[in-house]
Design a protein. Sequence first.
Length: 225
Amino acid sequence: MTTMAQAIKSYVQSAGDKVTAEQIKHAINVAYPNQWKPSTLQAHLYACAVNHPKAYLHHPSVEKFLYRNADGTFELYAEARHGPNEWAPPEGDDEVADVTALVETSISLERDIEDHLVNNLDAIERGLTLVGRQFTTDVGRVDILAKDAAGTRVVIEIKVDEAKDSAIGQIARYLGWFARTDGDAPRGILIAGEFPEGVRYAATAIPTLTLLMYKVHFSFERATV
């Protein structure tokens, strides 16, 4: 018997392109009339997405094969196109509650940093102007895409806490894609809480890449009754 996950995967694979949630729902309802509830189908679109961190915690047994794009469309996940799977929790971690809290905190902090930078690009570099946020490319989504005072594209990626080796590969992938698409070499800025020595060495291989460390500052105000 065909499972809903198998039905979704088969349709998206046969479509051969990005599809909307409504297209998936329509195709499943036509092929399998009255077999599943709409809420079950909607839940599977969430549970099967590789880049939904919480799906690994709420639906750990469901196969992850979809990639949800910034515009809400779906396609089959491919590491070569979308980059390595950085959304799944570490394997062998039995502390689900702790992992949930860590994922939610990381996502929230990265979103907060991104929100701040989008509205304060001068804090990164004077003269930067916003082109797009969560900008979709053929090789993944760029956190912030900007242009500098000279009109050069600037790819900005944000990592919470310590940057990993994969962050260098990720931003290099975006820089290469824009260089081929535009015909002009872009610049890159990788922002993280810390850069290990190995990552710093790797960054020197990309002359147009700048590393910036962020610092979180707390402010306090007295609570009144």
